[in-house]
Design a protein around this ligand. Structure first.
Ligand SMILES: Cc1cc2nc3c(=O)[nH]c(=O)nc-3n(C[C@H](O)[C@H](O)[C@H](O)COP(=O)(O)OP(=O)(O)OC[C@H]3O[C@@H](n4cnc5c(N)ncnc54)[C@H](O)[C@@H]3O)c2cc1C
Length: 388
């Protein structure tokens, strides 16, 4: 694909600019209705945009300092799954307020006994008339404390192989029987860190909240994770958000002669990595446009997360004594990113699991579980079992 963006007088740019002139401070709803929140999605949610148009829109919104609504899990992870698998009625009800940012979403996948080995989940959904009754526990649920809805995967059949008995539901987060307990981490308050334990006790979800077919949830869960890996490895080094290696340059320049030879070299290396990842991101825009995020997303995430850690560590070193402060003025983006950075190689698929995906799905190497011999990862190495 062509990497340079189309010229300033490209008619597609002019169209976006004209819209921005009419809507100088667009609301989330206006952006969603114009298709500018997810240009690569099909109409009416997006514009069926090709990679160039998507990049043009991104570019013009950035220049006009217009931010898209923030709803990372809804828009980035599960929304594309709903576009394909939800009914018309479900799409009309859930997608517009998701895209406008009015209704925040969370992802209820991980459990204490099911992280990398997600299919090992034990939260149950049992049909009782026109509801499913949910019992179980989820953990590490980002944004559960503010979410209006969650995507829940739960076991609906215990008599089949573990991947075959899982279903995919939309669950309103204010139903009776749901208890959300915040988990604090070293960034600070639970509101900042934003993840939680979620307990379900006899929670009743209407049967119409099932997405797709019963017991077909694993395929949709895998698509959600693939979308997540695309979403978490966009431009910034903090799971697609935050600064980039390029932003280290003014920080380093501000130090003038105080910068040592070793730091110079680390900055150059981080910059080179950042540029390679930037080009890889441009390729991925095209994968998202084709709506087939595959193992390539794991490749970028496997590169991006350790890169993010290196960038934040380097920034912390460059900050010198200021790096000792909790929220040093002018540097807090680096300071908070540094505290978050250990999570980068865990959430959304650990680095080890991503390497398994690359080995098996890109390189065609044998599966890390010796299925034929009936051995599991847990049996051979004492940990989790299979990779999603
Ligand atoms: C900041 C953050 C936000 C998160 N948000 C959410 C969320 O919103 N919703 C949600 O559902 N989950 C969320 N998670 C959870 C995340 O998806 C899991 O932490 C992740 O999948 C790993 O699972 P685990 O923590 O159970 O670790 P485990 O799976 O127990 O892994 C432990 C260690 O064993 C290694 N390992 C496991 N299996 C293999 C294997 N087959 N081969 C080699 N090594 C292996 C892992 O790499 C890791 O080092 C979040 C996590 C973080 C850090």
């Amino acid at each position: 694909m062509q990497i340079d963006l189309p010229p300033e007088d490209d008619p597609r740019r002019e169209k976006v600019r004209a819209w921005l002139e009419e809507h100088p401070n667009p609301t989330g709803q206006q952006l969603a209705e114009a298709g500018y929140v997810v240009p690569h999605w099909p109409a009416p949610w997006g514009l069926d945009a090709d990679p160039e148009l998507q990049l043009i829109i991104d570019d013009e919104l950035r220049r006009a300092a217009v931010s898209r609504p923030t709803n990372p899990i809804g828009i980035g992870h599960c929304g594309p799954v709903l576009v394909v698998h939800a009914s018309d009625e479900q799409r009309k009800r859930f997608l517009p307020p998701m895209l406008s940012g009015e209704e925040m979403w969370c992802q209820l996948f991980s459990e204490p006994g099911a992280g990398s080995d997600l299919a090992n989940l034990s939260t149950r959904a049992v049909r009782d008339g026109d509801v499913y009754v949910i019992n179980g526990q989820k953990i590490w649920t980002s944004l559960a404390q503010v979410a209006k809805f969650g995507i829940l995967i739960a076991r609906t059949d215990t008599d089949v192989s573990k991947h075959a008995g899982i279903s995919y539901f939309i669950i309103p987060m204010d139903l009776p029987g749901i208890e959300i307990r915040p988990i604090r981490n070293m960034i600070g308050g639970a509101e900042d860190a934003g993840f939680n334990e979620v307990f379900f006790t006899d929670v009743q979800i209407p049967t119409e909240n099932l997405i797709g077919e019963l017991n077909n949830g694993w395929a949709m869960a895998k698509q959600t994770l693939a979308n997540e890996r695309v979403s978490l490895s966009k431009g910034g080094v903090q799971w697609g958000y935050g600064p980039t290696a390029r932003d280290l340059v003014p920080l380093a320049q501000s130090l003038g002669d105080r910068i040592g030879a070793v730091e110079r070299q680390r900055i150059v290396e981080a910059y080179i990595e950042g540029e390679i990842l930037r080009f890889h991101h441009l390729r991925q825009v095209s994968a998202a446009v084709n709506k087939t995020p595959g193992p390539d997303a794991s490749l970028r995430k496997a590169l991006n997360d350790p890169h993010g850690k290196r960038v934040f560590n380097l920034a912390k070193d460059l900050m010198g004594a200021n790096g000792m402060l909790a929220d040093p003025e002018g540097f807090d983006v680096w300071s908070r990113g540094f505290l978050f950075s250990p999570a980068l190689t865990v959430g959304g698929g650990t680095s080890e699991v991503l390497r398994n995906v690359i080995a098996e799905r890109i390189l065609g190497l044998p599966h890390d579980v010796d299925v034929e011999q009936g051995k599991t990862w847990a049996e051979t190495r004492g940990g989790a079992v299979t990779t999603p």
